[in-house]
Design a binder for this molecule. Structure first.
Ligand SMILES: [Zn+2]
Length: 178
């Protein structure tokens, strides 16, 4: 069955990958996954599709998308998105909703979540700065992020990780000095 798909909001994409991805959970020592419903409802797929997703679906999805972020550099990330797009059937369409013309896509129901993510990442790579996809550099974290800061020099997933790394560096400096 074909369903409507829209590009996934990037913050929703980041939450899904960090919440269900094997590597972010391993690095962050999180054994549990978040509650499914509130997360998948923002994922850019139609409500019945979102409501039918299981934790296993989310883990598979998160690991696939994590692989794009783990790819080294823009060329490898573009290749990864391109390769994944070639495995699914996504058809662009245009619709008029409440007087507004919008872009929309159709995908197979089973591919809808991945299609929504790939559309978003394709947009980020092609229309925004392709260097802004990252994995937290903190040693005890492998959460992904999309850098939306003006300067575009973000290296941590969160302020917490940045502060932890800063404190560890400060302790190292003090120890070396004494
Ligand atoms: Zn982090």
């Amino acid at each position: 069955m074909r369903v409507q798909v829209e590009p996934m909001p990037l913050d929703a994409l980041v939450e899904l990958v960090n919440g269900w991805g094997v590597e972010p959970r391993r690095a962050g020592a999180r054994s549990d996954v978040p509650p499914l419903a509130p997360h998948v409802r923002r994922a850019g797929v139609a409500r019945p599709v979102a409501d039918s997703l299981t934790d296993d679906d989310l883990v598979r999805f998160a690991d696939t998308v994590f692989g794009i972020f783990a790819a080294d550099g823009t060329a490898a990330r573009v290749a990864a998105v391109s390769e994944l797009l070639s495995t699914i059937d996504v058809r662009p369409d245009v619709v008029l909703t409440d007087g507004v013309v919008r872009r929309m896509w159709w995908a197979d129901r089973d591919d809808a979540l991945l299609a929504a993510a790939l559309l978003a990442l394709r947009g980020q790579l092609a229309d925004e700065d392709p260097g802004r996809l990252g994995i937290c550099v903190d040693g005890g974290c492998a959460d992904i992020y999309v850098d939306g800061s003006p300067a575009g020099r973000r290296r941590f997933c969160s302020v917490q990780c940045q502060n932890r790394a800063r404190a560890a560096k400060y302790r190292r400096t003090r120890r070396d000095a004494s």
